[in-house]
Write a protein that binds this ligand. Structure first.
Ligand SMILES: [Zn+2]
Length: 498
């Protein structure tokens, strides 16, 4: 007898329909799985065999062939277990009353027959909707995640036996009414906790308001990581569509707990040893990288100069285009990567540049500066120093809270959106007041600014003006923009010259 079960394979971030065909016929007892599965798919046999026995079913002593169609599509992971087991039970007459038409089945099985959560329940539910299937059987833990997709009934199950029962209950829908509503983001770490660092705080505010990238330079232990962690909290709450994007990515990459929408903007801090593929994605299955995991949030690269050159180089295009294009084995996959980059660096190899503790020679310093001054660094908008806070700053009153800064950021973003609506697309130069235009040209002609640096300063100046709710970029705004772009390099020049 032949049974067919609908399920899905995940290709990059996309669902691909797969039909599990199970054929049970007389012959020498055997159990074969075909259809371009990876090792985990082939091992499915052993899990299904044990799960059937432990749930009170029988593995028929006949010739069993399982085909995952289409055979041309590579398939990976243990997520086909439940579909194979259910198909086997239907084909061997052990599941009378199940209706396999119009239902997708997904889940991994333990040897005891427990249905375990896997990757990508949201994507699979989206696939079910696109394929016109009305229901999906998922692991119990992923009920709310699958329930984010309207129009697909969710049957959440904990065991193989329960899955068989659920397949005989056509009207069953376990969704909860409010699963798809975006939750308020939980309170993250607060800016109030950061003492001193007035300049870096301003840098964070400007970066959040303008969607600009940020470099923090300072000795170890001055709170660069602390500051970076507080950037997601300064951004406005994600809209539902944005939260869905993040949930989809995190679910496929196994970072989601199966609850509803991700409410918090991501913060990713990969180690400096991470490869190019780790940062931007890759591998034979086309796995998303850290920059995609940081989509709609913050990608923090601590010890920026220690990252591999090729890895940083690979980040350049995705940061500019807000998407990663991967070509693997003739297939092209595109992943979103709209993220704010925060890089952090020590001012010198030993980290104590500018104090008597620094033991770096002139050559060490020059080599380090060359490492720091790569083409990617030039593309980071705001550069600020994070010096060691003074005793007075540490003992002083708490500074502004995240909520207060977030309000100004939201105001600047709203002002910018309104400004763009009323003026339409135009060059930022048009917004420069007379003195600001003069100062910008002076810096450019004085060769302290590259052409790229000039464009960055304009964007910073425009953001500072937006924070001040000003249509024009004034001389003061531009001065601050030049400072936020140049003071780190200038301090360093003076130190090297000294
Ligand atoms: Zn040093």
């Amino acid at each position: 007898m032949l049974a067919r079960v609908h399920t899905f394979s995940i290709d990059g971030l996309e669902p691909r329909p797969v039909v599990v065909e199970v054929d049970v016929r007389p012959g020498l007892p055997s159990f074969t799985i075909v259809g371009l599965g990876d090792l985990a798919v082939r091992e499915s046999r052993e899990r299904v065999r044990a799960a059937l026995g432990n749930q009170g079913f029988e593995l028929p002593g006949r010739r069993i062939t399982v085909n995952l169609a289409p055979a041309s599509l590579p398939k990976g992971g243990p997520g086909f277990d439940l579909a194979i087991a259910v198909g086997l039970l239907a084909a061997s007459g052990q599941a009378p009353g199940v209706d396999l038409a119009g239902v997708a089945v997904v889940g991994e099985l333990s040897l005891g027959g427990i249905v375990r959560p896997g990757r990508g329940a949201l994507v699979v539910a989206e696939g079910a909707r696109a394929a016109g299937l009305g229901a999906i059987v998922v692991p119990r833990e992923q009920r709310d995640e699958a329930g984010l997709v309207p129009g697909v009934a969710v049957r959440a199950v904990g065991t193989l036996r329960e899955a068989v029962r659920a397949l005989g209950q056509p009207g069953r829908d376990d969704r909860t009414p409010d699963a798809g509503l975006p939750a308020a983001p939980p309170d993250g770490p607060d800016l109030e906790d950061v003492r001193g660092q007035a300049l870096a705080r301003r840098g964070l505010e400007v970066a959040a308001a303008g969607g600009l990238s940020l470099l923090l330079v300072g000795p170890p232990g001055t709170g660069k990581t602390m500051l970076a962690r507080r950037l997601p909290g300064l951004l406005p709450a994600m809209r539902t569509a944005e939260a869905l994007e993040v949930t989809r990515i995190h679910s496929v990459c196994g970072l989601h707990d199966g609850a509803g929408l991700v409410a918090e903007r991501p913060f990713r801090a990969p180690h400096h040893g991470t490869s190019a593929a780790g940062l931007v994605g890759g591998g034979t299955v086309g796995r998303p990288g850290e920059i995609t995991l940081a989509h709609r949030g913050v990608l923090f690269l601590d010890e920026f100069p220690e990252f591999r050159r090729d890895a940083l180089e690979a980040l350049r295009q995705p940061l500019e285009d807000a998407r990663v294009v991967l070509v693997r084995q003739g297939r092209t996959r595109t992943f979103p990567s709209r993220t704010l980059l925060v890089a952090a660096a020590n001012p010198c190899p030993c980290g104590h540049h500018g104090s008597s503790r620094c033991r770096c020679g002139r050559q060490d310093l020059e080599r380090y500066r060359r490492k720091l001054s790569g083409p990617l660094l030039d593309r980071i908008d705001v550069h600020v120093a994070c010096p060691r806070p003074s005793a007075a700053e540490i003992a002083g009153a708490p500074a502004e809270s995240t909520a207060a800064v977030r309000e100004r950021v939201a105001g600047a973003r709203a002002f910018a959106a309104e400004r763009r609506r009323s003026t339409g697309p135009r060059r930022l130069e048009a917004d420069l007041a007379g003195p600001a235009a003069e100062r910008l040209e002076r810096a450019y002609l004085g060769e302290t600014l590259s052409a790229r640096g000039r464009a960055r300063v304009l964007r910073i100046g425009r953001t500072i003006a937006d924070l001040a709710v000003s249509d024009r970029i004034t001389g003061d705004h531009l001065d601050e923009a030049l400072f936020l772009r140049q003071h780190v390099a200038r301090d360093d020049d003076e130190a090297v010259a000294a």
